[in-house]
Design a protein around this ligand. Sequence first.
Ligand code: ADP
Ligand code: MG
Length: 499
Amino acid sequence: MAIEGIVRKVTEVRPRIVEAAFACLNCGSITMVPQEDSQLRQPFECSKCSTKKMIFLPDSSISVDSQRVKIQEYPENLRGGEQPQTIDVILEGDLAGSVNPGDRVIINGIVRAKPRGLGQRKMTHMDLYIEGNSVEVLQQEYEEFEITEKDRELIMQLAASDDIYEKIVKSIAPSIYGHEDVKLAIALQLFGGVPKKLPDGTEIRGDIHILLVGDPGVAKSQLLKYVHRIAPRSVYTTGKGTTTAGLTATAVRDEVDGRWTLEAGALVLADKGIALVDEIDKMRKEDTSALHEALEQQTISVAKAGINAILKARCALLGAANPKYGRFEKFTPVPEQIEMSPTLLSRFDLIFVLKDEPDEEKDKRLVEHILYSHQLGEMTEKAKNVAAEYDEEFIRQRSERIVPEIDPDLLRKYIAYARKTVYPVLTDEAKEKIKEFYLSLRSRVKENSPVPITARQLESIVRLAEASARVRLSDRVEPEDVDRVIEIMMRSLREIAVD
Ligand code: ADP
Ligand code: MG
């Protein structure tokens, strides 16, 4: 059968004996014994003289290259916290060593079952695995979406409407009150900038990285969860991670047979999509250093225990973190309260500081909003009877607040369509505007700010402006895109980098 999935783990490539040579200690003749299992099968006696004294000759045995890889379902096909299914595939001969973790593949092979347990102690439970016959590495982006002619029409209509940015903002986590600027930033992140390959071979990423740092209970996790639902391709995880691979990738010894195994972490699995990392401040030490490379170069290099690999991690990162002391302290500068190194912080295109300060007016509206969504959730029959007593005005108000303006399915297609077909370029006017803004930024930098204003921000502005043009399905980045970007950029920089 053929299965399609993403490569999650690969073991190192090592020879496996298929025919073992045994020499007779009495007459010297050699007996070849075919091997199938992982346990070495010995001959019963010498085929010539029938003595039982034989020794194994590794050099005269015949072996093939062998590797075990683990294939996992596509993360985008999972709905609502399902655990992905995995299956082991044995690749031998030329096939061994042909895939890397994170690759999307179709594997053709034979499904086999073998009893669990090693040697004599076999059990009645069986494990399934696939004996691979061929491997195709796929290069697809967002094709897995079927966009019908009808969808296309709807998308065109949306893109042409005057208030499309507002509409999208209202479609991202409508049950969460406020945070409009964060939602707009997330929208731009979903659409993404244009990756570029320069004539000299340099690659510049188009992916936009965003960090949310905030007091507990300001709906950071909820936002991430929502993005997980609407992004065409995304992986959700927490900084501590539940798998050994964590955020980037790790080489570990396999618990079953002790072979070195390279396992892909969240950023590799999210290749060409978006990685959502909650509690990113609590990530492991090893991830911190690998993340530097992953965010800017979009690759992850692993060199350990004979495994040398460069994995692709071309994804956008949306991270959420708490401040150092759990909450923001009023009299300590904000940058000092973010527990991440300046080098790492400077790789984020936007950093949002979300403070939870009491404000009577705002709190009132927040309460209203939250209670609206609680008043009518998913309902039992009895609750429906009560709900029937609500007047029309209530129902209208409620849906205005917490029902997404654009249907999530359509939004997902819209994003996929824009990413696949629109590659905006800067107009001269937009370029001039960016130049002006950047130069003014440089002159306003806070002294000893942890996030220096460098050419990185310049690239960020371009990426964000491109994303903004993509929302309109426009081939040109216009000055209005730059204005939009400057506004959110300043909101992000004011807290940490400029006066
Ligand atoms: P965090 O991850 O920032 O600590 P959560 O995302 O877990 O916070 O949010 C805590 C709860 O408060 C959630 O149930 C969330 O829906 C609610 N909440 C917080 N802020 C808002 C808001 N602005 N609008 C609606 N609900 C909110
Ligand atoms: Mg949280």
